[in-house]
Design a protein. Structure first.
Length: 253
């Protein structure tokens, strides 16, 4: 599909959009043998694009995957300590040569939704703090947090010399000893849920991420067991495309 040339160069990993625009202005880019100009469009699957005399080679198919990460698995491509990584859970053909990598992290003890892709631009945008993409967690915490404690969590807790952003926190259920909370964050500091809960004297016993933005861990027709993955639906990929266009929208139907 044809798209603005600077977007094509960015999506195929040549340069950022700003750098691509400068390359086009500088006369370094040709499309089908003709010098390109800002505003030109191209389809890298049918048009020949040359950059400083070198032909742009179309990269492998884009993959957008959602993994249900088990506990005890690290959210990296490799691990110097020899622990199992999320890449070990993928089929062999996805493990090498495709450039697939996790987007952000879940700590080793946490479970649930983790995106993997080989779309580098999307990874940069998803992990950039300015987008504040909501992430939903279910946390089993020790004890019964008081209403004032939950309200303090909602308003922000001082962590790493600055307050956390406002969060949505609500009680899902309780038993004699523990409380099950749903928590929605729009930032991703290291082990944030666990550290805030510890600071509030209600340490986390279990933590699962159940959604990333508009992408739920479980679809009605496709629940994911621990260690399983699925391809994102067309609606989920469409929502991700709004991030690539720097225009995050509400969840798409």
């Amino acid at each position: 599909m044809a798209a603005r040339l600077q977007k094509v160069l960015s999506q195929w990993g040549v340069a950022s959009r700003r750098q691509a625009e400068e390359m086009i202005r500088s006369g370094l880019v040709q499309v089908n043998g003709q010098q390109a100009h800002l505003g030109d469009t191209a389809d890298p699957t049918t048009d020949r694009i040359d950059i400083a005399g070198q032909r742009l080679i179309v990269q492998p198919q884009r993959y957008y995957l959602l993994l249900n990460k088990p506990a005890g698995v690290v959210s990296t491509c490799t691990d110097p300590q020899g622990r199992s990584t999320v890449m070990d859970l993928l089929p062999k053909y996805l493990q090498q040569g495709m450039g697939i990598h996790p987007v952000g992290r879940l700590d080793i003890d946490s479970t649930g939704a983790l995106l993997l892709t080989n779309d580098g631009e999307l990874t940069c945008l998803l992990t950039h703090p300015r987008h504040q993409i909501a992430k939903t967690y279910i946390a089993l915490v020790q004890g019964h947090p008081a209403p004032a404690t939950l309200q303090a969590w909602r308003e922000g807790i001082h962590l790493d010399d600055r307050p956390t952003l406002p969060a949505q926190v609500k009680i899902m259920s309780q038993d004699r000893h523990n409380t099950r909370l749903q928590i929605v964050l729009r930032e991703g500091r290291n082990r944030q849920v666990r550290r805030v809960a510890e600071q509030l004297d209600h340490p986390v016993l279990r933590l699962e991420r159940t959604a990333i933005g508009c992408i739920p861990l479980h679809l009605p027709e496709h629940p994911l067991d621990r260690g399983q993955h699925r391809n994102l639906t067309s609606a989920e990929v469409k929502w991700l495309s709004t991030i690539l266009n720097h225009d995050i929208t509400p969840c798409l139907e």
